[in-house]
Design a protein around this ligand. Sequence first.
Ligand SMILES: Cc1cc2nc3c(=O)[nH]c(=O)nc-3n(C[C@H](O)[C@H](O)[C@H](O)COP(=O)(O)OP(=O)(O)OC[C@H]3O[C@@H](n4cnc5c(N)ncnc54)[C@H](O)[C@@H]3O)c2cc1C
Length: 559
Amino acid sequence: MAPTDSQNSPIVVIGFGPVAARLVDSLLPAVRSGALSLTVIGDEPHPAYNRVLVADLGVGRTTASDIALADRDELEAAGVVLRLGVCVRRVDRARQLVHLSDDSAVAYGRLVFATGARPVVPNLARLNPDPQLPIRLPAGVITLRNLDDAATLHRAVQGRRRVVILGGGILGLEAALAAADEGARVTVVHHGPHTLGRSIDANAGKVLAAALRARGIRVAANSRSTGVLLGQPDGGTPASAAGPDSGTRAPASFSALELDDGTTICGDLLVLSCGVRARTEVAAGAGLATGRGILVDHGLQAHHDPQVFAMGDCAEVRCLDEQCADCRGSNGPSGLIGPGWRQAEWLAGVLLAGVLPAGAQPPGAQPTGAQPAGPRAALAPEQPPVIVLKARGVDVAAAGNVAAEPFDEPAEGADPGHAAGSFPAAPPLSVSTWADPEHGQYLKMATRAGVLEGFVSVGMPRAGAELVLLFERGAELPADRSELLRLDAAGMPAGAGGAPDSTVCRCAGVDRQTIAAAVVNGCGTVAEVSAATRAGTGCGGCHGEVRALIEQHFQPAPA
Ligand SMILES: Cc1cc2nc3c(=O)[nH]c(=O)nc-3n(C[C@H](O)[C@H](O)[C@H](O)COP(=O)(O)OP(=O)(O)OC[C@H]3O[C@@H](n4cnc5c(N)ncnc54)[C@H](O)[C@@H]3O)c2cc1C
């Protein structure tokens, strides 16, 4: 077969995380047919896996094979060149060459950055002593990002060890709840007065704190950590100063976290959960524009280089044209798998243009309910992010601004009664709350002209799910807010609430209708629905709802 343009223009992907895996999946038929040449370079030794489930793997709730997203043999048999366990050190854009840590180089025609993000390592004494050197964490300190981290957590959980989690954000809490459920003794250490401090209000924080305590989790609030103490795993004296490990002794391992009030929190494993930062260093070294991520336009093309693209956790979608309507509201990388997967599907369509016969459907555009519809599909969500805690028996959902209280004075100019001049005044913010601390329930809804601007729900899974839906749609709340409370009343049927086109799986963007159709067509388990629709293949937070829809379908019809 005569070489095509695309064969002369090999595609090289840097990074093999879940977003790259989706791109590779979508390009695979074209590679198999010989229409595309594809090389994937990943510095982890294994093919891509579902990183979202690393904590579940760490507590023993899933297996490495269950979270695998790619099969090395299958990809190589199709013609994909995999370079795993090697790192891209440098990109020479003038010569279109990628230089690797094993001193080899790979030529590209089109280059895709899918380098993801790396966890933030806080500046703590004895954790990162030399700012000039790459960070090497001491034994007993992990960041919970990869399979090695999961294996370390697994050993601690199996041994019912003391796990200290630094950071009270969503990932820290999910890991804490899962580890405590599986038998570890867990302490969460965080700055503010309550966990999820950026997303929920103080009252929700109190209800959540009680739920954490009820699960045996110790919470050290308002705590500023200053350093770690290292000791011998056999219980030797903690090292009070950094120093090389000497002789045949085992390497010093984490033994305690020091706080600024002079107290310490002892433990066997420290999990750092202090946020992530996009991996932009290789792109920046190649002279590409970077901000909070690698800067790309809404077609995912790097600024000033049409041969280079970026997607997923490393990409910041922001056009050079500041007035671009498609990029308005873009706010750095989303850090979420759903937008990354949609970007990968979109980019596959771009890379396949001119390769597929006219009229052929790009393989990325599978019937997932999340087909790229246009340039906007490549964007990160423009709304403030919705957070949903994934934990057994602790339900938290929140979004938007939840600081206002029901009896706050309206802001100047917000109340039509105070309108001055010819500017129409913004309608006032109206706040409704419901609190039942004894039963672990709390709800706050802040609306303007009936439309949600922010909400938080604790211990009320169905009201929370309904509010997520209303928030994402910008829809009006029922005038009688107590309708939402009734969703969590005892005796409500499974699967109640939710319009047919409401999204059930937010990672893969699959709605109720698509899942219901799969069930009608014979899918009787969550796994079967996942295989048919991709629902539930991301964080797994929707498995309960998918199960409820299956049960609803198979319920005997009332006589
Ligand atoms: C514990 C945990 C829980 C999470 N939970 C959720 C959740 O519930 N919902 C959600 O939406 N998201 C969640 N996330 C975030 C989600 O995992 C990320 O959004 C997703 O992994 C992004 O995928 P990516 O492929 O863009 O980047 P990554 O997953 O970071 O993969 C990038 C890959 O590129 C490699 N790489 C980087 N630089 C180089 C280089 N120079 N050379 C070679 N290889 C390189 C990296 O080693 C890595 O393998 C969670 C993440 C974690 C860690």
